[in-house]
Design a protein around this ligand. Sequence first.
Ligand code: SAH
Length: 258
Amino acid sequence: MKVIFVGAGPGDPDLLTVKARRLLEGCRICVYAGSLVSPEVVGLVPDECELHDSAGMTLEEIEEVFARAQHLGVDVVRLHTGDPSIYGAIREQMNVLDRLGIEYLVVPGVSSFQAAAAALKTELTVPEIAQTVILSRTSGRTPMPEKQELEHLARTESTLCLFLSVHKLDEVAAELANYYGEDCPAGVVYRASWPDEQVIQGCLADIANKVENAGIKKTAMIIVGQALSHDLPVSKLYHQHFSHGYRTADTEDPGGSS
Ligand code: SAH
């Protein structure tokens, strides 16, 4: 018997991995994060599957489900939104499983920052402009470690993907504008890949107003950085003069980057 932490992806069931879908379709006990996992994804489990919404459960109650499944010798699918490794609160559950002597494994999922980048039709990395992507958040009830406060991250001018922060977008945008500039592009995607997805595009000066006018208060990804601009240097990977391990250029290599 084992517990399988499964990434449910951002919402659209077609964005589940083949492995995740197979596990859901054969699942007998499933604990899912009902606050974020799409009902369509949860709906893939068989009718006879025992379902537990972890949104209203304590860790002890989740432990009881794991322990009973161990007693029955039945695998549990533990379904987490996006990819379980990002703000998934899986460590504490794994500690419980270690204590109970239950084996576990993780099936990765498409994270919401990836679904948001897709909705924005953007590349998060751009040569010479942004070669680093930072996944972070603002402090909420979980405080930020001091060295990872937004101002420190902003100094790098990396592409910033902020989870769990849209309710504080006015503060966030004002702070980031000090480093990225007020005209730096910013995008907010509400419920990326859901049927009611909303994509809001703007710059640090106007994004908070636009998002407020759209009535978005939660379940949204904020992406900030010059990478979102459409008028930037592009990669030389496909340039006719650029050689690499799989293709020889027809003339001199311009010495560019990929
Ligand atoms: N493990 C998840 C993140 C969980 S934290 C992942 O990899 O995506 C929850 C936060 O993720 C939300 O507050 C929101 O910022 C973001 N989020 C989750 N699903 C989303 C979606 N479909 N669209 C936009 N943001 C989403």
